[in-house]
Design a binder for this molecule. Structure first.
Ligand SMILES: [Zn+2]
Length: 467
């Protein structure tokens, strides 16, 4: 009998703590890379490119920079690719892309589509175009990423550059007849990879005839040519100039692609956390071609809200993300599971933490998202304690704690403009503009305060206890 009661009590307690921690997202949802179902490249443009590349290959063969196909020793083995989109060193994201379209294997049109996995992650058009590459779009903040060179196209395998197109407008949002910016590479067996829609002026300085190695920078992912937003169109031909679908799967029966062209072929659905970020307010997704306002912030003043966001690629229906907010002392402020109901190529969700919650402790917080066994942690400072770490190098403050009077002296003879006291809710409770070293604080009620010292050199903060 006793045992039963104990079990019931524990159960209730667990339910209660779970419910207290659960937070509804304040916003977010699916992100759709707008797709007007137009061709990444018109057949006319494709034909022109092929002719131009053939001329270039003939030139490079005669100058000995690439080996003539007839002189290649058989059997010719196609290269195995690495992923052609990477993040640049400066990005604050974990991952920068998701896939919107694969190659269309269904020759009929329109709206008769089938990808390598027998799914419909591809498109065709009423004019008879069946998508001929992989569209890898950038996420999150694709135009912001483009402006800040955060997502780059890299060579999928070693090879020789056989063509470059540059100088074309790169903020396309809908169908147009513009040409794209692109790099074209020939590989050892005579196969080709095309990297299209790149950012204007961002292309590698290397020229046709120069060699590149797998993973080498080719250009920044952009939206040049027939494009509805920044993405890489990756198109592949084998040494017989036949179009290749690099993925092997049930519904890819092309003779050009009997086996996978990837070193490690990715699964059809690959759920990922692309980013975990903190923001001063919810990010704004503007209409193309205006860049997003991500409102990123990693340094919050006391009194401000903290918005935390997660950015997923391949959100799977029926899965959940675990979210944990840890205080500076590593204690848990919140821990909850967020259930994902729908299936999306890209999604985002955000939550707001109030100054009342955040002001309980000042310092470095850690927000961790765990999805499908992978965790990503984002750290941010609350209470400008990032600056606070310098406080003791710059100032002497004593005594601390104090009940009556404190003295603040600059070690570097910095000119102090003013000193402000904030309570833990971020409310300014005292301000001193003219003072002679001593500050009388006897009127403050007992408790913890943040002192912010503004100088000609910047703002420095520290914690102070009135007792
Ligand atoms: Zn495409």
């Amino acid at each position: 009998m006793k045992t039963n009661i104990l079990i019931i009590l524990c159960f209730n307690f667990l339910n209660l703590s779970y419910a207290q921690n659960y937070r509804f997202p304040e916003g977010g949802g699916e992100y759709v890379m707008s797709n007007n179902y137009n061709e990444c490249l018109s057949e006319e443009q494709r034909l022109q490119i092929k002719q131009k590349l053939q001329q270039s290959i003939t030139r490079l063969e005669s100058s000995g920079k690439i080996i003539q196909k007839s002189k290649l020793t058989s059997p010719l083995i196609h290269p195995l690719f690495i992923w052609p989109v990477d993040k640049s060193d400066s990005t604050p994201y974990n991952n920068v892309w998701s896939i919107s379209n694969h190659v269309d294997h269904n020759p009929n049109f329109p709206n008769a589509i089938q990808d390598w996995n027998c799914g419909s992650r591809t498109y065709d058009t009423s004019s008879g175009y069946n998508h001929k590459g992989i569209d890898i779009f950038t996420w999150p903040f694709s135009l912001f990423q483009m402006d800040n060179n955060q997502a780059i196209a890299v060579a999928a395998a070693d090879g020789v550059i056989i063509g470059k197109d540059d100088g074309n407008y790169d903020r396309s949002c809908s169908f147009n007849s513009n040409n794209w910016n692109a790099v074209y590479i020939s590989h050892a067996d005579g196969s080709q990879t095309w990297y299209g829609h790149l950012k204007n002026g961002s292309l590698t300085n290397k020229n046709p005839g120069d060699t590149v190695v797998a993973g080498e920078f080719l250009g920044v992912v952009g939206s040049s040519g027939n494009s509805t937003g920044p993405h890489l169109h990756f198109e592949v031909y084998n040494n017989l100039n036949q179009l290749v679908d690099t993925y092997t799967g049930t519904c890819n029966n092309w003779s050009s692609s009997t086996d996978s062209w990837w070193q490690n072929q990715k699964p059809y659905w690959e759920p990922k956390i692309n980013a975990v970020l903190s923001h001063s307010s919810a990010p704004q997704f503007n209409s193309c071609p205006t860049s997003e306002n991500p409102n990123l912030n990693d340094n919050f003043t006391v009194g401000s809200n903290v918005v935390v966001g997660i950015y997923l690629a391949d959100q799977l229906a029926g899965t959940s993300v675990n979210l944990v907010m840890r205080r500076p002392d590593n204690s848990v402020l919140a821990n909850w599971n967020f259930n994902l109901v729908d299936q999306y190529y890209a999604s985002w969700w955000y939550w707001t933490f109030s100054p009342i919650e955040m002001s309980q402790q000042l310092g470095t917080y850690q927000f961790t998202a765990t999805y499908q066994g992978n965790s990503v942690t984002h750290s941010f400072n609350y209470g400008n304690l990032g600056i606070n770490e310098n406080f003791n190098q710059k100032f002497d403050l004593f005594p601390n704690p104090s009940s009556d009077v404190i003295i603040i002296e600059s070690k570097d003879n910095l000119i102090i403009n003013n000193i402000k006291f904030f309570d833990l809710l971020g409310k300014e409770v005292a301000s001193f503009n003219n003072f002679q070293e001593q500050i009388r604080i006897s009127s403050l009620s007992n408790g913890i305060y943040l002192i912010r010292v503004s100088t000609s050199d910047g703002v420095y903060s520290t914690k102070f206890v009135k007792n």
